[in-house]
Design a protein around this ligand. Structure first.
Ligand code: FCB
Length: 448
């Protein structure tokens, strides 16, 4: 056993998102979001699950803060529901929505927990979707207006802001595969992605205009791509996948251009991002940090039969979580080192990392989740390796504080370090929560 000690000041947090935990979807003037509509559409979400009751966090937030505090968590990443703040997406502001987050922020600060606010974790107001959604350019400016409203209310106390969570998911799952809201298949995905990035840049400017001292960044999800074999064809396929998943977002943000190889590939498929003069400059405005969400890698082979980018996923032997995602911590280390070497964000945070397992309450009343503990411990070792290699990684937010609504999987996938009994809303600390408490107290993880 070796002890891996983290640098002093390394920030330990947990993460959630509004739609996944709040419930109360019709309370206090909240408008409809694309996820409410999607859940109400038969066949879209497993078991017909919806955003209610979720974790009823809208009413139980005080208790949830008490739980965070009991674990020693130092930071909390949560998202703000745009439809609570501006129910129709633009125009009329709903004061009750702002009041809710205002109280939450004060509660966190009273408990000594630093708030990290995500402005957009996928719950677009349905009214904006009806007006064209992210493929429409106007949605980017509506997002910046919303950011302005929120920062003016909370920016005196909230100093860490994340504009978007995982724009790849919003664009690709929302407007191409249709697996996520708004459920559009083979839609204008590059327009959606571009307007998300543009919205990020405009929102960043709004945040800084209101409070120049804020730290602002974006959260991207990464899927490092390994070729299934050493063949040139598989290597090229893995590079295309990397372009589609990772570089399509990194390059605009850090280099002010879309990757040339991908532009050419997409052009051959008849697709071009709708870039207007100045857009790339707005998108590439330097950020204070990069948020990294990492769960697994992809193993990719060339597949001339497949349409589009002509790749296929391989499923290597290994350990898998309940999501059927391979457990591969070393890919996190390599990802962090690559980001540092090629894009050099000044500061990085792991804004999500964690795993779903089919947890149950044991006869002794506990929830014993050794697989999750191992998953987290091994990924923390990977983080530690990256820090040792010089990566400016400053914090780790476990996904998630508690079991919650896992999008198209409904309540069937449990990612929490706290178990939620949805029928009674009772919370039970899983063994992994007790493990996190130890890690935080020691600022270290034991390897082996
Ligand atoms: C990420 C999402 C988060 C959660 C995890 C499991 O893609 O950001 O909301 O669902 O996956």
């Amino acid at each position: 056993m070796t002890t891996r000690r983290f640098p002093q000041g390394f920030l330990w947090g947990s993460a959630t998102a509004a739609f996944q935990i709040e419930g109360a979807t019709r309370e206090d003037g909240r408008g409809e979001s694309i996820w409410d509509r999607f859940c109400a559409t038969p066949g879209k979400v497993l078991n017909g699950d919806t955003g209610d009751p979720a974790c009823d966090h809208y009413h139980r937030w005080r208790d949830d803060i008490t739980l965070m505090k009991s674990l020693g968590l130092q930071a909390y990443r949560f998202s703000i529901a745009w439809p609570r703040i501006i129910p129709q997406g633009r125009g009329q502001v709903n004061p009750a929505g702002l009041d809710f987050y205002d109280r939450l922020v004060d509660g966190l600060l009273d408990a000594g927990i630093r708030p990290f606010v995500t402005l957009y974790h996928w719950d677009l107001p349905q009214a904006l979707e009806d007006a064209g959604g992210w493929p429409a350019r106007d949605t980017a400016s509506a997002f910046a207006d919303y950011a302005d409203v929120v920062v003016r209310r909370l920016g005196d106390r909230v100093k860490h802001w994340i504009t978007l969570n995982e724009p790849w998911c919003s664009a690709f799952l929302g407007y191409w595969t249709g697996d996520h809201a708004p459920g559009v298949r083979e839609g204008p995905v590059l327009a959606a992605a571009h307007h998300l990035l543009l919205g990020h840049g405009l929102a960043l400017a709004a945040l800084r205009a209101a409070y120049p001292d804020v730290q602002a960044g974006i959260t991207l999800n990464f899927s490092p791509a390994d070729p299934a074999s050493d063949s040139d064809a598989d290597r090229a396929a893995a590079w295309r996948y990397d372009g589609f998943f990772n570089r399509w977002y990194l390059d605009p943000l850090y280099r002010g251009t879309y990757p040339e190889d991908m532009l050419q590939l997409y052009a051959r498929l008849g697709q071009t991002p709708p870039v207007q003069p100045d857009d790339m400059r707005i998108i590439a405005v330097p950020m204070d940090f990069l948020g990294v969400n990492y769960y697994s890698r992809a193993v990719i082979r060339d597949d001339p039969q497949a349409g589009g980018l002509r790749y296929a996923h391989e499923r290597p032997e290994g350990e898998y979580t309940h999501m059927d995602w391979e457990v591969h911590p070393d890919s996190l280390r390599r990802l962090l080192e690559r980001l540092h070497a090629e894009y050099a964000p000044g500061v990085l945070y792991i804004t999500e990392n964690g795993a779903a397992y089919p947890d149950e309450i044991a006869p002794d009343g506990g929830v014993h989740d050794p697989d999750r503990i191992r998953y987290i411990a091994r990924h923390l070792v990977a983080c530690h390796d990256a820090i040792t290699a010089g990566v400016p990684l400053r914090g780790y937010f476990v996904w998630s504080l508690m079991d919650n609504f896992e999008w198209a999987f409904g309540y069937s996938r449990r990612f929490g370090i706290i178990y939620v009994d949805y029928a009674t809303q009772r919370r039970i600390l899983k063994d992994s929560a007790l493990f996190m408490r130890q890690v935080i107290a020691a600022n270290a993880v034991e390897e082996g």
